[in-house]
Design a protein around this ligand. Sequence first.
Ligand code: ZN
Length: 418
Amino acid sequence: MYSLKLELKLNNQEKSKLAGCAGFARFVYNFGLSMLANSWDFEGIKATDSKRLTAIEKVFTNHVKTNPEFAWMRQYPSAIYSCALRNLAKAVERWRKGDSGFPQMKSKRRGDSFTVLKKAGTYQALGEPMLPFTNKQVLQSGKRITIPGLGEFRLKRPIPFLCSSQSFTISRTADKWYVSFSLDIEKIPPVIHEMESVGIDLGVKTFATLSDGSTIVAPSSLKKAKTKLSKLQWRHRRKQIGNHRQGIRASKNALTYFEQVAKSHAHIASIRRDFLQKTTTEISRKYYRIRIEDLNISGMIANGKLSEAVSSLGLYEFRRMLTYKEAFYGTKVELVDRWFPSSKTCSRCGSIQPMPLSERVYKCGAGCGHIMCRDLNAAINLDNAPTKKIRAASAKSTPVDRSGADSPERSRKQTSIA
Ligand SMILES: [Zn+2]
């Protein structure tokens, strides 16, 4: 599976049309979530979540949508609401499995998104199966895209080749709109790796140190953009965003400022994403077996002193990208146990000595005379770590630290839904 995410080039009319669609999706999602949560209060009913959601969809189709108060809904493609409810069902399922927290109510402030799909296919005759691929939208290469139910839109960059897809997700980050869709493309032919194995030590100062001695540094533009943002935030520290319930209105200047902040955050995120995409691809092309430390990332973020550095560099994202690229480049990503003393061990003689964070150079005290940069020493140890300290990274591991996660019942109560 392969997917494309392209930026749309929209005029104001198109922007408000898409914003309307996203608002509709948000309304349906929140409606479904509150109906589902309310249905759990009736103890006599025994039904699974998916059955309840099917019933909710029926109520929505037959009673809510027909209500004259909600006539505005008719202007939007119906695929939007069925997709929104399907997304909700998936979110509830993930929560039940313990993979993520209880689904949150969607809000305008956290960005917009919705999904549409081509529903109808071509049938030869009544009762016959559908002709293959006819339920897919064919996409010509070029700077235009037809989105089912919404029509044609312009793109900033062209679709690179003729392809087809069934469902399309449209999303907004700050002031930019994107369309993403998945393509059925067979695996990329196997890559012959230049090097057999590598250990990677991730750090705050140098983003990554590789066991062959090379280093990867985060781009300076990232730091510049972050400084610019914090200066902006400091200058406008007294601006109020307004509060609907308390009747506080945001001033025009405040609104402009908050738009600027959102743009700036999006810019930083895109620099980081680009950096991580490029480095992980480079690493996956060059090395076959990649070993990284199984960092307790949520624990590190909880540590106030490290949190900014860790979360802004995207160490978790780095691991996630390396892991999903296994399938494309035929690599093997392995995690080294987080208690393995990678920085305390001498990479030549194997003796262990304490290494406070302030010490940047490893000087072996056991008498073998080994002197090496701290990070490189750790990277070599990760590469040579014993097999019992290793586990394979799985693409399904989630950012939620399981041990600290709430039980389903508790997290449901915390997210109080009226
Ligand atoms: Zn030594």
